[in-house]
Design a protein around this ligand. Structure first.
Ligand code: B12
Length: 323
């Protein structure tokens, strides 16, 4: 059956209301109704369930809700996607696929959506969830290598973790198809961390898997060796952050967390050798701090403090941050 856009829009609105109320049963009932009418699974998954979550996320960022409301909505949508995914039998003859979020990435919804979509297409999907530790991932993939690892990364600050995940898959001889906003605009940083392919939407995964001819050695050749400043930051992280905190006037918990994130952005930019990652992150951080009521000079203070902390141990990183 073809999908009626106005019906899809009205169910999407009703699902958004269920998410606000934390009502997974109500949301599941609504989307099951669409499936029973013959609306395609991918339309229900992405244009209704995921889109309702995005609607909620937008309202959340505009400040209408609290952090706990976001957790409730994401938990509710995850339950709905898990229920949908759970209605498929794992096909014996489906092509084996493993789906996971990068090491350090706690965003599980994108991987749940990708898994449900691939299950519906008949793949034999193993879903490993968020923050999959790279060494454990390598051992798991080695035991029973799938056709590919589908790797998600939600934030560019997490690219070092994504690099560890890609390397783990390659050690096991498994190619990596990557996706998520963490890999940058149009996936610009996916290949710098060694991924074999990148797609903008989970809907494109199947086409790539059916047509690609990945070459792990070639993908690894595109990765530059880890810069010395990255190793130096790893060794001195606590000292760098302590020095930066010392330059600020009684920083609260949020500000300390923002400093650590800014340092991660610098590490990620060094890893992919792209200063625009830091400038993009600084712009996002300024607007996030301002919307949480911090003084206009706070972002510049954080940058100055971190630069001072970095200068002695990783001067190239300090230059990058100042640039
Ligand atoms: C839910 C959420 C969380 C939850 C996640 C819970 C869970 N169980 O998943 C929690 C609370 C854990 C969380 C934590 C954090 N989060 Co968060 N989070 C979000 C939020 C609201 C939704 C993310 C999501 O699930 N999106 C669903 C996906 C499917 O939507 P999408 O990204 O639009 O996806 C499209 C494409 O990008 C693509 N795609 C996306 N992923 C993938 C993957 C694959 C494989 C493929 C093929 C395609 C693909 O397909 C979709 C199109 O159909 C976003 C804001 C937002 N609205 O996106 C912030 C957001 C991602 N978080 C953010 C931040 C800063 C954080 C924290 C640092 C907050 C903090 N101070 O602690 C931590 C970091 C934790 C960590 N180390 O991972 C920022 C990132 C900003 C940046 N510059 O990078 C965002 C953008 C919010 C914001 N604007 O401030 N977060």
């Amino acid at each position: 059956m073809s999908s009626d856009p106005s019906q899809i829009a009205s169910v999407r609105l009703a699902v958004t209301t269920s998410l606000i109320e934390g009502d997974a049963g109500g949301a599941f009932h609504l989307v099951r109704g669409l499936l029973e009418q013959g609306i395609p699974f991918d339309v229900v998954l992405f244009d209704v369930v995921s889109a309702a979550h995005s609607d909620f996320g937008r309202r959340w960022q505009e400040g209408d809700y609290r952090i706990a409301d976001e957790h409730a909505a994401t938990g509710t949508v995850e339950t709905v996607v898990a229920l949908l995914a759970g209605s498929f039998d794992l096909p014996d003859d489906g092509e084996p696929i493993v789906v996971a979020a990068a090491e350090g990435d706690h965003h599980s919804l994108p991987v749940r959506l990708a898994s449900a979509h691939l299950l519906a297409l008949g793949y034999r999907v193993r879903y490993l969830g968020s923050n999959m530790e790279a060494n454990d991932l390598a051992a798991y993939l080695q035991d029973d290598p799938p056709k590919a690892l589908i790797l998600s990364c939600a934030m560019s600050t997490l690219l070092p973790g994504a690099r560890a995940s890609v390397r783990a898959a390659h050690r096991a001889g498994v190619p990596v198809l990557s996706g998520g906003p963490g890999f940058g605009p149009n996936g610009v940083w996916a290949y710098s961390v060694g991924a074999d392919a990148w797609v903008a939407s989970p809907r494109e995964i199947d086409d790539v898997l059916q047509s690609w001819e990945p070459d792990i050695e070639v993908a690894e050749q595109l990765v530059q060796p880890e810069p010395a400043d990255v190793l130096s930051i790893e060794q001195h992280r606590e000292d760098i952050l302590a020095a930066a905190i010392g330059t600020l006037d009684e920083p609260d918990r949020r500000i300390r967390a923002e400093l650590a994130l800014l340092l991660q952005a610098v590490e990620a930019a060094l890893l992919v050798d792209d200063p625009s990652l830091v400038s993009g992150f600084k712009a996002w951080q300024s607007s996030a701090l301002s919307s949480h009521g911090y003084a206009a000079q706070m972002p510049a203070n954080l940058q100055r403090g971190l630069s001072a902390g970095l200068r002695a141990v990783a001067p190239g990183a300090a230059d990058l941050l100042d640039g």
